[in-house]
Ligand binder design. Structure first.
Ligand SMILES: NC(=O)c1ccc[n+]([C@@H]2O[C@H](COP(=O)([O-])OP(=O)(O)OC[C@H]3O[C@@H](n4cnc5c(N)ncnc54)[C@H](OP(=O)(O)O)[C@@H]3O)[C@@H](O)[C@H]2O)c1
Length: 297
């Protein structure tokens, strides 16, 4: 349970929405010395859970009363509810209002800006599915921030106080920035799911396949961390091993034809990495490219 002491002079922070992100962020901010004064949510139970973890924090039954008492309001509701939740409230010039969505434009908070409030985006680039785990993984992650000064400076300091790396997002960049997270996180899960499916073709249980593949994934992530994205590429594409890739293609065509286009696409996309790494000659890489082009689009 969080135990930070509110620091004098920091804004009074209120949370609207007390789900996975709201609770983890509110508790982390309180631990970092910020004054989280209250929460309002669709259900009183969620607001009470958030407030229960922070000294001198209240569960409000009216979001408007919370807004009236706070200076900085974090709108931590699902993306589709950000604009309507903001529109339903009355704002003042002293308010700063932020949302935590990666892909939603800051203009979803336009109703608050129209009444004189400052608006911004504060998106921790991390997955929050469990409060305690989220609080542990928040330090070290990046926070995508979009705001004008002086709010930009305040949010940058807040990210640093959480142990995060602030990065300023230019206007209009959010969707692309968030899509990059899909490649680095959710699609990785999808690829591992595909990898597991291949093992069923030779009779190995999914659980055993997962145990076999997970150390490989962890080793690759460790290599990425240590050596960066170019030097971490290993395997037949990095070596331009045409014979092995031919065998992969034949096996996929026979047992998992639906995965062949993905294999070919990812193999092609790996060729420039192999080239930059320099572990195989241009001639061998060209031969590999020719094989991939012969097999399909
Ligand atoms: N979870 C993540 O991994 C993650 C990571 C980065 C950013 N974010 C962003 O954080 C925001 C919140 O996501 P989340 O994962 O925390 O969602 P969540 O777990 O579904 O929580 C949403 C919370 O908002 C409350 N709520 C829903 N509609 C509301 C409304 N109209 N007025 C007031 N409260 C309302 C919910 O109500 P009750 O519980 O009271 O029923 C719930 O407490 C989103 O913008 C999301 O994109 C999430």
């Amino acid at each position: 349970m969080p135990s930070g002491q509110p620091a004098a002079g920091t804004p009074r922070i209120g949370f609207i929405g007390a789900g996975q992100l709201g609770v983890a962020l509110a508790w982390s901010l309180a631990r970092a010395g910020y004054r989280v004064i209250g929460a309002a949510s669709r259900s009183q139970a969620s607001a009470a859970r958030l407030a229960g973890g922070i000294a001198e924090c209240r569960a409000y039954d009216s979001a408007q009363h919370l807004v009236d008492d706070a200076d900085l309001i974090v709108i931590a509701v699902p993306d589709d509810a950000i604009a309507s939740a903001t529109r339903s409230l009355a704002w003042r010039e002293r308010h700063a209002v932020i949302h935590c969505s990666g892909a939603t434009e800051v203009l979803a908070l336009a109703a608050a800006a129209a009444q004189g409030a400052s608006i911004g985006g504060f998106h921790p680039l991390q997955t929050f599915t469990n409060t305690e785990a989220a609080i542990k993984t928040l330090p070290g992650c990046t926070v995508g921030i979009e705001a004008e000064e002086p709010l930009l400076g305040q949010l940058t300091e807040m990210a640093k106080a959480l142990g995060c790396h602030p990065i300023r997002l230019p206007a209009g960049a959010r969707a692309l920035y968030h899509a990059s997270g899909s490649f680095a996180a959710s699609f990785l899960v999808g690829l591992i799911n595909d990898a597991l499916a291949l093992w069923s073709a030779f009779g190995v249980e999914r659980e055993d396949a997962f145990r076999a593949l997970l150390p490989l994934t962890k080793g690759t992530v460790a290599a990425l961390e240590a050596n960066g994205p170019i030097r971490s590429l290993a395997g037949p594409i990095a070596r331009a091993d045409v014979g092995t890739v031919e065998r992969h293609i034949a096996a996929l065509r026979a047992h998992a034809p639906a995965l062949l286009p993905t294999y070919l696409d990812l193999a092609r996309r790996s060729l420039p990495i192999a080239d930059a790494k320099g572990g195989a000659s241009r001639e061998k890489l060209n031969a590999l490219r020719a094989l991939l082009d012969r097999v399909g689009p």
